[in-house]
Design a protein around this ligand. Structure first.
Ligand SMILES: O=P(O)(O)O[C@H]1O[C@H](CO)[C@@H](O)[C@H]1O
Ligand SMILES: O=c1cc[nH]c(=O)[nH]1
Length: 261
């Protein structure tokens, strides 16, 4: 393969090298969210910005941890994961936003993905469609335990991942809207908890590269509650999720330290 690195192991898109990155990484879609998450780390500093990729690095309980944005959707997420794995990252935790689908998911609730529907294109370039997009079990378990410890209102279940945000919200405006709406109805009938855009790619690329990954999202609102005439509060406060994510990463780091001792 042509060497696109910028020398000294600096990765082509994310613009960082192994020395600048912890082996544990929080991923967020929004580049503007990275600095906010980094405030939860000790001694965090800005590392790099290139395209949609912003990176900060700091510490949790003495272990180096980074926060990196992926931008929206599968392709930019897959690139971030591939390049971060080249920087020796072995643990990923995505912190995102989502729309609720199950009627008991309200704006402000935390959704933890136990699996993801591969209704996007990118993951098909990593695994046949029969292969399930699932998180690493130890990461999932640590997420659930952290949400319980913090007494958050949370849901664990399958997340829907798609490429078109507006196909989710206004399917019938699309020439293929009937198919989108029919599939959406089926996903709801199957108990899917929420919809977002990166976790299936994250889970499949992580499986392909033999690293571990998990994902959690704050529900902003729920269009299905709106449809049913139920209350539909909007909530954009992501801090409870950040606290849960930090708790989760600390638990994983502690388990790893115990195993290595
Ligand atoms: O808040 P983030 O992490 O970007 O996640 C969600 O928000 C974006 C759409 O508004 C998509 O990236 C979706 O997955
Ligand atoms: O409804 C939503 C909210 C956030 N992200 C999505 O993909 N959908």
């Amino acid at each position: 393969m042509i060497d696109y690195t910028q020398g000294a192991g600096v990765q082509y898109h994310i613009g960082v090298n192994e020395e600048e990155i912890g082996s544990y990484v929080f991923l967020t879609g929004d580049p503007g969210r990275v600095e906010e998450v980094a405030k939860y780390l000790q001694d965090a500093h800005f590392v790099q910005r290139n395209r949609e990729y912003v990176t900060y690095t700091g510490f949790l309980d003495g272990t180096k941890v980074s926060v990196v944005s992926t931008g929206i959707g599968g392709p930019s997420t897959a690139i971030a994961i591939e390049e971060l794995v080249r920087c020796k990252v072995h643990t990923f935790l995505r912190l995102g936003t989502c729309g609720g689908m199950a009627l008991d998911v309200k704006g402000g609730d935390l959704c933890i993905a136990s699996g993801a529907i591969r209704a996007e294109g990118c993951s098909r370039e990593y695994a046949p469609i029969e292969f399930p997009a699932v998180p690493d079990f130890s990461v999932l378990q640590a997420q659930v335990q952290s949400a319980q410890k913090l007494s958050l209102r949370f849901h664990v279940g399958v997340a829907h991942c798609k490429d078109s945000f507006y196909g989710q919200h206004e399917p019938l405006k699309s020439p293929v809207g009937k198919r989108l709406a029919e599939n959406w109805q089926a996903y709801c009938a199957l108990g899917t908890i929420c919809s977002e855009m990166e976790s299936s790619t994250l889970f499949i690329v992580a499986s392909a590269l033999h690293v571990r990954a998990g994902a959690m999202f704050m529900a902003i609102a729920n269009q299905e509650r709106e449809k049913q005439g139920l209350s539909n509060p909007q909530d954009h406060n992501l801090h409870p999720m950040f606290s849960c994510a930090v708790e989760t990463m600390k638990a994983l780091i502690a388990e790893d330290k115990k195993r290595e001792a």
